[in-house]
Design a protein around this ligand. Structure first.
Ligand code: AHG
Ligand code: MN
Ligand code: MN
Length: 322
């Protein structure tokens, strides 16, 4: 098994990007340790605060955010960061080459039940002609990402990452504190008989999604002629990890539950990085209108519809919208 840095050099990743990735991973190792301590870390509860999106912050959301923010802003590599838990972008080094967007703790509702959570990150190059405090620097499409990944705090802590030459799996080896490459060029199977969606929102979906999911549920007696299995972890990191490992379709479709918020997942630090990982593994990552990574972002916390995973199944779903 190969260590992280030599594996990245093999993909011709520039040294300062490798250093930035190692900086992010230093924070995730600390988050991983605190997560593994569970109740012993005294971080299992909620704070009294809400983030800018009106969600109550868990103590672990805040700690994970501070750990990542501090280490990145001190690193010298980063011109600015943006995070789910920050109202707007935060300036770093004025000549920093990179921008990092992150979801410090994805799947927060799983914290108290000792279930899957993770950290998601996305890296863009920083425009050299803009001020470090200008949040507009982040309005770059997902197709301009130079690196994306997540760290999954499961029974083992795993890093799943791409720098544009395939999606690779690494495992944190606690005996020496490094991430080891365990699977290079992961491939999402083209076909699947498994889907992931929060079924409790079914009545709020648009007609095409209602029809598509009904046809999956009809199984081998319905128009698809085969049975489908369903899974929902309530943490995108967990669901996407399963899709990368054995295939599947993951969706958080548009819904009318809260008319002011038709979409749930965030473009910059959830949908875009996961799209980069899925596409680099041969899958598709779409909205019902087009490729997620081609969307021109209009704000840091923008939300977006997500339909991603096994290529043929994503295409089968999108056919209902035509
Ligand atoms: P976060 O914990 O960062 O706010 O993200 C949670 C997201 C995503 O990870 C997950 O797929 C989805 O919300 C779960 O939504 P439901 O609560 O509707 O199941
Ligand atoms: Mn999230
Ligand atoms: Mn989060």
């Amino acid at each position: 098994m190969q260590r992280l840095a030599p594996a990245l050099r093999q993909d011709n990743v520039p040294l300062d990007l490798i250093s930035l990735i190692k900086t992010i991973l230093a924070a995730t190792k600390e988050i991983s340790f605190r997560v593994s301590q569970g109740h012993l870390s005294d971080l299992m509860g909620s704070t009294l605060d809400e983030n800018i999106q009106g969600e109550v912050q868990k103590e672990l959301d805040v700690v994970a955010n501070e750990l990542l923010k501090d280490i990145l802003l001190e690193s010298g590599f980063v011109k600015a960061i943006s995070s789910e838990e920050e109202d707007t972008s935060v300036a770093g080094e004025k000549d920093g080459k990179y921008l990092v967007s992150f979801d410090p703790l994805d799947g927060s509702s799983n914290i108290e039940i000792n279930s899957l959570i993770g950290t998601i990150f996305s890296i863009h190059e920083a425009p050299s002609d803009m001020d470090a405090s200008d949040p507009d620097m982040f309005k770059q499409a997902g197709n301009k990402q130079i690196c994306a990944g997540y760290v999954l705090y499961g029974p083992s802590t795993m890093l799943v990452m791409t720098t544009g030459s395939g999606t690779h799996f690494y495992v944190l080896d606690r005996t020496h504190g490094g991430f080891l490459l365990v699977e290079r060029n992961v491939q999402v199977p083209t076909d699947t008989q498994e889907f992931a969606v929060n079924m409790s929102n079914q009545r709020f979906w648009q007609a095409p999604m209602q029809n598509y999911i009904s046809d999956l549920l009809a199984g081998d007696t319905g128009p698809r002629g085969k049975n489908f299995n369903m899974r929902w972890i309530a943490a995108m990191v967990g669901d996407i990890h399963r899709v990368l490992t054995r295939g599947g379709l993951f969706t958080y479709p548009q819904d009318s539950k809260n008319p002011k918020q038709p979409h749930k997942l965030r473009l910059m630090y959830e949908a875009n990085p996961m799209s980069f990982l899925i596409e680099q593994a041969g899958g598709l990552a779409m909205t019902s209108e087009g490729r997620i990574m081609d969307m021109q972002p209009n704000s840091i916390h923008q939300r977006v519809e997500v339909i991603m995973g096994s290529k043929n199944e994503v295409e089968a779903c999108l056919a209902y919208y035509k």
